[in-house]
Design a protein around this ligand. Structure first.
Ligand code: SF4
Length: 440
């Protein structure tokens, strides 16, 4: 057995979504219980973990090229341990070791609790078993922030959107018992956390003894200042849930609701389970009940068979809905998904052209939306100092917009009332008009 005491520092590369960011926090928590501390740089680490993302080819390539560079470190230091975790690990399984024999451990997202066992092994180990117990495990978590926390409420996904690898890498949907979620949030509140973000691939379909609406109502009673959640699926966003979002004071006025395309034909090919008009109905109800709500979305350009007409329907959707912001990506074929085998894949230059066009249109819309809150008073949760100007603080509004304000000696984690002076494309500049706890 390798002596634990000999391996003391760990460096984690985290790729992809918030689920991975939080999984890295959990792995760091488990390892810190076993005597590890975090290394500042990979060169200083005894253990390097790659927590990978398989959702797009680019993220996967980024990981493989970083892994290639890490091989040189391993050549210099034979005692260095390298682990690959996350969705690429689950997808490629033993092929990772075949491709990169210097990797010591490979583990899927449902097996992160095994990280401490794996690193104590002398030989190469892999672990990809389906683990439905994941929802019942309690993780010691080494959180990155002392004011904002991720809280997993469910794992996996049952939706099988035709382009998405996640149901294959993270397994079937399973919800965490509500009492465990509530006690984790109570604890965070007691420890001074101001904001929680509930995490799941499709949080709206959460179901334990209560559904997602019921869960939000119970969380609201804890009185933590801000509650957010990602990701919502438009099909599962019920009227009841929209009403709850509008009523509950802790739930922030921001919703990320991926639309993916404005064309019903493409939405059908994507297996998204809603039409454009159904999506619009939800947006209308959200805005009717919460006029100031910020809505952000995801778009995929160049899905197989997307015609100019389909694409223009997406452009029309952007112009009609006017999202506060979007994440847009080119369609990335993922082996094993239904869309991978579809005909009429588009050339890369068409996908890129459409992506750039969409981003350009959205830039103007985002700017317009930001301009609309100039001269309004917003509650800012201070997150830290600006990277470019240490005299300025950076925080977020309840609608999740980034605001820079002068540092009048407010603490990180405090709430500041600020008047928005200037709107920029990607951020806002405000002036402090009142510091202190505003809610509760
Ligand atoms: S809802 Fe669709 S896009 Fe989201 S994780 Fe599940 S399959 Fe993937």
């Amino acid at each position: 057995m390798l002596n634990f005491k000999m391996i003391k520092t760990v460096y984690i590369y985290t790729y992809g979504c918030q689920m991975n960011v939080h999984d890295s926090e959990k792995m760091l928590g488990i390892l810190s219980e076993n005597g590890y501390r975090t290394a500042e740089k990979p060169e200083e680490a005894d253990l390097i973990i790659f927590n990978t993302c398989a959702i797009r080819e680019k993220a996967e390539q980024k990981f493989f090229s970083q892994l290639g560079r890490t091989k040189l470190l391993k050549k210099k230091r034979q005692d260095l341990k390298i682990a690959v975790a996350g969705c690429v690990a689950q997808d490629a399984k033993d092929n990772i070791i075949k491709k990169a024999p210097f990797v010591d451990f490979v583990l899927g997202p449902q097996n992160i609790h095994l990280i401490s066992d794996l690193v104590s092994e002398k030989n190469t180990r892999t672990s990809f078993e389906e683990n439905p117990d994941i929802a019942y495990k309690e993780y010691i978590t080494k959180r990155d922030s002392s004011i904002k926390a991720w809280v997993s409420i469910m794992y996996g996904c049952n939706n099988f959107c035709s382009y998405c690898i996640v149901p294959y890498t993270r397994g079937r949907e399973i919800s965490r018992p509500s009492n465990r979620i509530l006690s984790e949030i109570r604890q965070l509140h007691e420890n001074g956390y101001k904001e929680v973000t509930l995490l799941g691939q499709n949080v709206n379909s959460y179901m334990s003894d209560i559904d997602f609406t019921g869960l939000l109502r119970k969380i609201d009673l804890i009185n933590i200042n801000r509650v957010r959640f990602v990701t919502s699926h438009p099909r599962d966003l019920s009227d009841d849930l929209i009403r709850a979002i509008s009523e509950l004071k802790s739930v922030c006025e921001h919703l990320h609701l991926p639309i993916q395309s404005g064309s019903d034909r493409i939405l059908d090919l994507m297996n998204r389970g809603y039409s454009y008009s159904e999506y619009i109905e939800k947006i209308n109800m959200l805005r009717e009940l919460m006029p100031g709500i910020a809505i952000t979305s995801d778009i995929i350009t160049g899905f197989p068979g997307e015609t100019d007409e389909d694409y223009m329907l997406t452009v029309k959707a952007l112009e009609e809905i006017e999202f506060d912001g979007i994440f847009a990506f080119k369609f990335s074929p993922r082996k094993g998904t239904k869309a991978f085998g579809m005909s009429k894949h588009l050339p890369d230059n068409v996908k890129t052209e459409r992506l750039n066009h969409i981003l350009k249109i959205q830039e103007d819309i985002t700017y317009k939306k930001n301009k609309m809150i100039e001269r309004t008073i917003q509650e800012i949760l201070v997150e830290g100092h600006s990277e470019t100007d240490k005299n300025m603080l950076v925080g977020r509004t309840r609608t999740n917009k980034i605001v820079t304000i002068p540092d009048l000696q407010e603490n990180v984690g405090s709430f500041v009332k600020a008047k928005i002076q200037t709107a920029r494309r990607h951020s806002l500049y405000g002036i402090n008009i009142h510091s202190g706890r505003i809610l509760n």
